[in-house]
Design a protein around this ligand. Structure first.
Ligand code: KG4
Ligand code: ZN
Length: 345
């Protein structure tokens, strides 16, 4: 079964064709990072306009890279929630139109589910039951899956998402958007033990990341001997490259430790054979190596190949495939609702 997966929920316009949920026949991603980095974050209106320009060429490229015509596609899957409304509208309208004109079965797909299924691409088979850490710019959740297409949220953030926290910490340090890769690069020359940043004490399996962002701000102000009233945008210019590297390393280490501690706690209550990482922050190398070190003796550990960690169409096609296998029926492309927020279920 060949599925065309379309993704436009945030700042990547992406389409891919995947066979039987795992074999990637093509994968095209047009990123808007260069456009948004000028503003230090995603501007929703600008994102929607960029998707309009890119969506048709991206879909056509995915078909031509796979050497397929649209009548050789068995199903169309598209992200319909959660995400930026204007961005979601562009991808879903394109997908609905193609599905209607060509009479192809149509599957709206949940973005976080897709991130999890990036772990099945290229033939990997994580064993159930599993714990998935969905860690992206908009989400931080631990999800328990007993089987395919079954999602139980067992931990979530009470404020900022972990990726958002990377982006905000990077901004304080004068590093570019997106903050995750910029922090990881800067941290290579830094000492992770140089600054002590507190781990927020949140009960259960929930997270809180807004305190960590503030802790970075206060630590920078203190290191520069400046009062806490100094605006954050005035700090970066005063930091030496070594200070930036040490703050980046200390921050990254703390964020990764928070996640590992919560996953450890989750394994104590939820029996799992595998642990999978999903979402943009799963591209982080320190996280990958610490996770492997902490859990590989007791669990299978999976993370998506780096290009499938961030938003892409292949993961959308894979998620739809496994939903179809689990019995999901095609949706009516004439009456699709998009939704900026929604819980995975
Ligand atoms: O999944 P994604 O592409 O989009 C959302 O659905 O949010 O995730 C984007 C997030 C951004 O916050 C970015 O800073 C973060 O993923 N990110 C990273 C790394 N690469 C991307 N965070 C930490 N380390 C990385 N290497
Ligand atoms: Zn995403």
């Amino acid at each position: 079964m060949r599925i065309l997966g379309i993704e436009s929920s945030c700042d990547e316009t992406a389409a891919a064709i995947v066979e039987d949920g795992q074999k990637i026949l093509s994968n095209v991603v047009v990123s808007q990072i260069d456009i948004h980095s000028a503003y230090g974050g995603v501007i929703p209106e600008v994102a929607a306009r960029s998707h309009i320009e890119a969506i048709n060429p991206v879909i056509n490229q995915a078909l031509s890279d796979a050497k397929l015509s649209i009548d050789q596609i068995d199903a169309i899957a598209v992200t319909h929630t959660p995400g930026l409304v204007g961005s979601l509208l562009v991808g879903t309208l394109a997908a609905r139109t193609i599905a209607i004109i060509n009479n192809i079965p149509f599957y709206p797909t949940h973005h976080l589910k897709s991130h999890i299924y990036a772990n099945w691409l290229s033939g990997h088979q994580p064993e159930f039951p599993l714990l998935a850490a969905v860690i992206s710019g908009g989400h931080t959740q631990i999800i328990y899956m007993k089987r395919h297409d079954h999602f139980e949220i067992i931990g979530t953030t009470r404020d900022d998402a972990i990726g958002e926290c990377f982006d905000k910490a990077a901004k304080i340090l004068g590093l570019p958007y997106p903050g995750g890769p910029a922090i990881a690069t800067a941290a290579q020359n830094g000492d992770p033990k140089k600054y002590h940043l507190p781990i927020p004490q949140v009960s259960d399996l929930d997270f809180s990341f807004s305190g960590l962002k503030t802790a970075v701000l206060r630590a920078v102000q203190k290191d520069l001997n400046l009062p806490i009233t100094t605006p954050s945008h005035e700090l970066a210019a005063k930091l030496s490259p070594q200070q930036v590297a040490d703050f980046a390393a200390s921050f990254q280490d703390t964020a990764v430790n928070i996640l590992i501690q919560k996953l450890r706690k989750a394994t104590e209550t939820y029996p799992a054979k595998s642990i999978v990482l999903a979402g943009g922050v799963s591209a982080n190398q320190l996280l990958r190596s610490k996770l492997t070190k902490s859990f590989s003796k007791t669990h299978q550990v999976y993370f998506p190949e780096p290009q499938y960690s961030t938003d892409n169409g292949a993961m959308v096609a894979s998620a739809a495939y496994f939903s179809i296998q689990a019995g999901e029926h095609a949706s009516n492309p004439y009456s699709l609702d998009i939704s900026p927020r929604s819980i995975i279920h």
